[in-house]
Design a protein around this ligand. Structure first.
Ligand code: FEO
Length: 400
């Protein structure tokens, strides 16, 4: 049976949740699932904005058929060609063979890469930035947002109702639990961390491109944001936009310390725990600590974007950095993190090298400073090193 959600009197959410997916994009754990949002505008013409992932296509088509109630589908707007949103283009065309495909030239090229459709020229409605599509009482315009998150991405703006269909931007991991609007749930408590993890891991690399979109968006009046994942925003838009402003400029949200450690037998962990205690005694609040072997790197990447200071502590392994720590550091590097203050702790029983190797990777991060001297453990932290550890804690606190 259909499961639609009403956004305005003539705009409906026709998406669906996938609560069984283990790894989004085959990489990111989504323990609370994910929603694939699609929107259907019922005007003199009917307009579907994006489709969904193939895993939820049954629910999606039930929803569309219910809203159309026998009417034809006139337009399919494609904002983003990643298959979690475009998988059902072919089926839409089979079911509604007269539908016009509204997209930009780059999207048209990608459609030919993903599908073999052979549509006639008059079935394409290729748009340039700023073009307007009138659908009756609504006027839609198109704003290009390359690399938020793929090069073909555009966002669609309903001039009539001041609604931004923002593609991947302003999305979140996590299925939507009945409600559709972010103001109907305790978003900060239940979803903000997942929104950050989604942003940082999916588009975190593309801060300047997100900045370009935010600049374009600042020139238009927006009352509702309809993203492709997660809740729809109609209140406190600036709160979420401000988060995007911080994330996309790599500005920390929290002046505090994140500690990520790799420990095989607990000795490196012991040092990290004691350092965390000393930081706490010096007044640092909200310290966060992760064992990189037990936590998926996407959670640590997310908090690396949140925290101003990061301590990396790793044992030496195979004459290198411990494998999970190395993966984490490469992941953070790939996501372009910058503007951070970092301290490094290494451990090694006969040839400790992980500290220098970690520093080598971290030194490539823009505007990032290494604080204090590298702390070296030979198998375990010794009582004689307490002063050294305290000095490192003080240097970290002084730089907060
Ligand atoms: Fe949700 Fe870039 O796709």
């Amino acid at each position: 049976m259909y499961n639609i959600k009403t956004i305005t009197k003539d705009l409906f959410w026709v998406g669906a949740n996938d609560r069984r997916i283990a790894l989004f994009e085959s990489v990111y754990p989504v323990p609370t699932g994910v929603s694939y949002n699609s929107y259907l505008l019922k005007d003199e013409k009917t307009v579907l904005l994006d489709t969904v992932d193939k895993s939820v296509n049954h629910q999606f088509f039930e929803n569309i058929e219910h809203i159309l109630n026998g009417r034809n589908l006139d337009y399919l707007v494609i904002n983003h060609m990643e298959p979690d949103h475009c998988a059902e283009i072919g089926t839409i065309i089979s079911k509604y063979p007269d539908v016009k495909i509204v997209c930009n030239a780059k999207t048209q090229t990608m459609i030919a890469q993903f599908f073999e459709l052979n549509l006639p020229d008059n079935q394409w409605h290729i748009v340039k930035e700023g073009d307007i599509l009138e659908t009756g009482s609504h006027k839609l315009t198109f704003v290009f947002a390359p690399m938020v998150h793929w090069p073909e991405v555009m966002v669609t703006y309903d001039i009539t109702d001041k609604i931004l269909f923002s593609a991947d931007a302003f999305g979140s991991f996590g299925a939507i639990d009945g409600n559709i609007f972010a103001d109907e749930v305790d978003f900060d408590l239940r979803y903000m961390d997942e929104a950050r993890r989604y942003y940082t891991n999916i588009v975190g690399k593309y801060g300047p491109q997100v900045q370009a979109l935010l600049k374009k968006a600042s020139d238009i009046e927006i009352e509702i944001i309809c993203p492709l994942h997660g809740y729809v925003w109609r209140k406190d838009l600036t709160k979420f936009i401000d988060k995007y402003q911080k994330w996309s400029t790599y500005e920390p949200e929290e002046k505090s310390v994140l500690i990520a450690y790799a420990s095989v037998y607990g000795n490196t962990q012991n040092c990290a725990e004691i350092l965390a205690t000393k930081l706490s005694e010096l007044g640092v609040k909200n310290i966060k600590m992760y064992d990189v072997s037990t936590v998926h790197p996407s959670y640590i990447v997310s908090d690396a974007f949140k925290y101003s200071h990061i301590i990396f502590a790793s044992t030496t392994y195979n004459m290198g950095i411990f494998v999970n720590m190395e993966i984490l550091l490469h992941d953070i590097t790939a996501h372009n993190l910058q503007n951070r203050k970092i301290a490094v702790i290494e451990n090694g029983s006969w040839a400790p090298v992980s500290g220098n190797l970690m520093t080598e990777i971290i030194s490539k991060w823009k505007n990032t400073e290494i604080i204090g001297n590298k702390l070296q453990l030979k198998s375990s932290l010794k009582n004689l090193q307490e002063k050294e550890l305290e000095n490192l804690a003080k240097e970290i606190v002084n730089s907060l």
